[in-house]
Design a protein around this ligand. Structure first.
Ligand SMILES: N[C@@H](CCC(=O)N[C@@H](CS)C(=O)NCC(=O)O)C(=O)O
Length: 243
């Protein structure tokens, strides 16, 4: 048996963090390759398609022995039965994927608040557009996404998104709330009263023994202004979208 190999940009949580949380909660042996000496070179080689029939389009990607797969939601869906972090049947797995793919959309929209014009350009060169984009994100999109998760929790009977057992989507919801709270603290403070169940889920996930150990370890990188969830105070200033 080989340990899982996670390939993701070193120095940021980014999309890789959704996979790390699942690997940590599932107590899976894994190597965070690009954070190891020589790992970046290895990652870039794989991205170039060297020896692979299907080269990943972008990190994160996961290597499980001879299989290399990309796309965060796809990786999580692959890991779910292996790490006991998924539903027991097909129909419920489809619901998990629906939630995870919606979180994928939220992550992409979060990225676009600071890079609305081009991912390849500096934030400083797209500040005006970033402000406009963030205003709508803060007033309309965060409440819509998090309100949707809140409703799922209200109806699931709890304590988790799909009922009594934790699945990988709960870990991802935790990460989304943690990231948005770092990036948009004012907007999130205004939402507090509208998402009590989701905030309780965040706390429940953070308190899980393996997650708590992980969050306190140096494997958990701090949020920063190179990742997806960036704190730029000027993007968090909308007065709308309150509770
Ligand atoms: N839909 C993909 C998006 C992957 C993605 O955009 N990865 C970023 C880092 S978080 C990247 O390196 N992108 C390079 C590119 O798109 O050229 C996923 O959810 O995994």
């Amino acid at each position: 048996m080989c340990p899982y190999e996670l390939y993701y940009w070193p120095g940021i949580q980014g999309r890789g963090e959704f996979i790390r949380l699942a690997l940590e909660e599932g107590a899976a042996p894994y190597v965070d390759v690009a954070r190891r000496p020589g790992g970046m070179k290895k990652m870039l080689k794989m991205l170039s398609g060297d020896g692979l029939a299907l080269a990943p389009f972008a990190p994160p990607f996961l290597k499980d022995c001879d299989l290399v797969i990309a796309q965060t939601a796809n990786i999580l869906s692959y890991l779910a039965p292996r790490l006991r972090l998924g539903a027991a049947d097909d129909k419920r797995s489809a619901l998990e994927r629906e939630i995870q793919l919606t979180i994928t959309d939220l992550v992409a929209e979060t990225h676009d608040t600071h890079h609305p014009i081009a991912a390849s350009a500096y934030y400083e060169d797209q500040r005006a557009a970033a402000r406009k984009r963030s205003e709508v994100f803060v007033s309309e999109r965060i409440p819509k996404y998090l309100g949707w998760l809140e409703k799922i929790l209200e109806r699931s009977g709890g304590p988790f998104l799909l009922g009594r057992r934790l699945t990988y989507v709960d870990l991802s919801a935790f990460q989304a709330v943690a990231g948005l709270s770092y990036a948009f603290p004012h907007a999130m403070a205004r939402l507090t009263r509208r998402i009590p169940e989701l905030l309780a889920l965040r706390d429940r996930v953070a308190a899980r023994p393996r997650i708590a150990v992980y969050l306190a370890s140096n494997r958990r990188l701090a949020f920063n202004e190179q990742g997806i969830f960036r704190h730029y105070p000027e993007l968090d200033s909308s007065k709308r979208g309150g509770a």
